[in-house]
Write a new protein. Sequence first.
Length: 489
Amino acid sequence: MAAGTDYEAVIGLEVHAQLLTDSKMFCACSARYAGAEPNTVVCPICLGMPGVLPVINSKAVDYTILTALALNCEIPEYSKFDRKNYNYPDLMKGYQISQYDLPLSRNGWLEIPDPQDATQTRRIGITRVHLEEDTANLKHVRSETGETYSLMDVNRSGVPLMEIVGEPDIRSSEEAGAYLRQLRAILRYIGVSTANMEEGAFRCDANVSIRPRGQQAYGAKVEVKNMNSFRAVVRALEYEIHRQREVLDSGGRIVQETRGWVEERGVTVSQRSKEEAHDYRYFPEPDLPPLFLSRDWVEDIRSRLPELPEPKRRRFMREYGLSADDASTLTATRALADYFVETIRQGAGARAAANWILRDVLRLLNASGTEVEESRLTPTHLADLIKLVDSGQLSVRSAPEVLEAVFNTGKPPQAVVKEKGLAQVSDVAELKTVVERVLAAPQNQKAIADYRAGKQTALGFLVGAVMKETRGKANPGMVNGLLRQKLDG
């Protein structure tokens, strides 16, 4: 290709998400292995012992169909499990029970906010959502003497793992980040996965190529692995797109291969050529029956779907007049969206509720590491605080102090206001006395002269002086009026 060619990226993401079931996919071992001593949450089935028989976890099937419906997929009436054959130390049986030609779903799509214009959406195709078992966990170690070896923990082996295969419809690293955030939000909304990337419950591989803009044929595809955060995915894709562009501009050829992201260096490195990729020799799992998915069962699962993040975001913009960014933040989790709606239901205005949540509540939650559903600051508390401000009983200046005290103690805002003596002063006689004292003070004479000379900003200085005298409790509107009355008279 000639240098300066206008390329577009073609990206498809494959996401694996562990499911929030109590037991593993094909045995009765607990799926909650986090924090357990290595190789203690195991049994002959997940250890891959000869002669053992798997049993399907019906809750995992249910959760996979629920996810597929949330992603607008078709659910076939017949599905089956297959053996995916390959040899690797983390796969004790020598094969993984997965799905191949007859998965639990196919032909879906996911809408994401357009990174270039958050008021618009982009539709990304979903090839399939299928179910398989997770592998054991390998930890590669280098000793102080330079010796290298690997340790294996089988606790993760057999945990239900859902794979969501996306179509190559993503055109930038920013869109990839938006897709992953939206997908994670959906999984959390419907309660099927923690989708925590840091814990390995949400993992992503990316297939990326570039082609001259307008060309229909795909370029050579590179698979990128080892990305352990959304930020890593975005950075890795940006690097890989730039690398491929430089190769083509210099007259080179993109090699179809698997590359790994090296976070510390900010680069991808070659791991293996795709020409050497395994033939997995899929064949139907002989120890498991086929699945016949009745329409009644599928519709019962569909009836459990909540309002999902993107429709909720658009509704919040439409019903409450929120900006696209504010609506996106408030619908990022189901718990936060419910908190916002309940605050309004308790009598707060939508705009005020959004402002307090986005500015102050999220700051307190982040600083304390608290989830909104665990907070002592309830939606009723927040609505009561907003009503105190709106009614003039609490000043805007004092309200954050009250909010923080409620957050820390769980006491009602009215009780905190009383305890701290923060009730707003709206008594005309009392405020007149303070205003007269401020206007008589020598240090304020220049501001008075400036105001009378036409400098309106000087009035703000005098209002501030009154607020300081009253420890922020004076009604600022009344103070402003009283000052003008005295100074203009």
